[in-house]
Each structure stands twice: as C-alpha cells, then as structure tokens.
Design a protein around this ligand. Structure first.
Ligand code: GLP
Length: 233
C-alpha cells in the first residue's frame, strides 16, 4: 500500500490528475465513484478541467459505491442528486453509462462489475473504518447488498440533514469483495476524525471490525491523506 501525505488541495490535484490521465489514455475507462465530502474537491477539479480542456467522458462508465435506502432519488441528499450536481451535470458523460446499485438492481451489481472491471475505484473512509457503507462487522467476502447504518455513521452524516432522525437507517452498498475487484484503488481521507481508521488501515491487523483493512490484501492501493488523517501514523 502506498501512502501520500500532503495538504488537501494538493491531494485533490494529484487524484484528479490521475483520473484525467486515465480517461485520456483509456476513453472507455470504468470508474468506481464515491460520495461524501471527501471527493468534492476532486470532482470540482474534473469539472474545471472539462471546461478548460474538453476531456472527453462520452464513453466513460461510472459505478457508484452506495446509496441511501428510502430516500427519493431526487432528494437533496440522495447520492444520485449528489453525483448529478457535483459531476455528471457538468461533463459530457452519457447518463446511461452511470450506474448506481439501487437503480441497477443491486443483486446484479456484482455481475455488472465483473462485466465492466473497474480501472479505478475512488474511496473515502468512515470514521469507524467503513468503506462504501460496509460497516464494522461486515464479512470480507460480502457482495453488494442492503446494509444497516452504524449509529456512528448516522451521527457523522447528520450534518447533511436537518436532524438525526432524518438520516436513513439503511443503505445499499457495493460489497467488500466487489470493491476488491477494482484494478486500482485510491482512498482519500482528511481530518482528525479519520485518523484512528487510517491508523488501523495502515498499521492494524486485518479485521472485519475495521472494514477498510481488507485493502491490505489489494495489490494496487494508494492512500491520499492530509496531515490530520495521517496524524497517528
Ligand atoms: C459516507 C459514504 C462513504 C464515504 C464516507 C466518508 O457515509 N457512504 O462512501 O466515503 O461515509 O464520508 P465523508 O467523505 O463525508 O467524510
């Protein structure tokens, strides 16, 4: 596992450059995408690059990691709305090439991912070490499924809703086994509240109690950490 530690704006530049270079060298690349606050700077850079350089996304396919259950798709906090607003609305991507586990029948998602191997999977991480919405205790061989959100995750994400009780209790998440099929994985983390999870990922033993530790077995993972997220290393 490679580890890059720098300021958040530099990390955003490095990661967006990797994605842009990939799309330029492989116009029909398959990208696994994440939501949350962590990748916002990367998405903004991709939009800026598209506006200045016309990087072509017309053949790119995207596969999102997860989605809340029981939120209307057009809800302000649905991951569908997020992706449209932050990225898809601003690129020449074909919306038919964008995939979400809920709308694409989650039970078929692993097959879809086998048919369209991800060239690059972008990940954030939860403060409890979740990736996607695979909470502590998720089996390492899990495939895309309905998951219950941990109370820590609901608390963390309450900032996006008017009150805690509005945060959904369930979601659909790409499984850990599905995530591990990606050819390359980039995990980004910033902020002190990610430091414990990053410590476990880099220095801890592989354990289902810290779902991200499964990445220790992946041959091509790079962590992009700001100084706070890396502060316990
Ligand atoms: C969310 C998402 C994850 C994300 C993580 C961190 O709940 N399900 O895909 O990586 O938690 O979120 P943030 O980037 O807002 O800290």
């Amino acid at each position: 596992m490679k580890v890059i530690i720098n300021e958040k704006t530099i990390l955003d530049q490095l990661v967006s450059k990797k994605i842009i270079d990939l799309v330029k060298s492989k116009p029909n690349a398959n990208l696994g995408l994440a939501t949350g606050s962590t990748p916002l700077g990367v998405y903004q850079n991709l939009v800026n690059d598209y506006q200045s350089n016309n990087t072509d996304y017309s053949q790119v396919k995207t596969f999102n990691l997860d989605e809340y259950l029981n939120l209307p798709l057009d809800h302000q906090q649905s991951y569908h709305t997020y992706m449209n607003k932050q990225l898809f609305d601003h690129l020449n991507i074909n919306l038919e090439n964008t995939h979400f586990p809920l709308e694409n029948n989650y039970l078929n998602y692993p097959t879809l991912l086998k048919e369209n191997p991800l060239d690059l999977q972008l990940l954030g991480i939860g403060s409890n070490g979740h990736i996607g919405f695979n909470e502590p205790g998720t089996a390492f061989n899990s495939t895309t499924n309905i998951v219950k959100l941990a109370s820590e995750t609901r608390n963390d994400n309450a900032r996006f809703f008017s009150k805690l009780s509005d945060v959904p209790t369930e979601a659909i998440s790409m499984g850990l086994k599905d995530i591990m099929m990606a050819k390359e994985i980039i995990l980004m983390a910033n902020g002190k509240n990610k430091a414990a999870a990053i410590y476990q990922l880099v220095k801890g033993l592989k354990s289902e109690e810290w779902p991200a530790t499964i990445l220790q077995d992946h041959p091509n993972v790079t962590l992009y950490l700001d100084f706070d997220a890396a502060s316990l290393l």
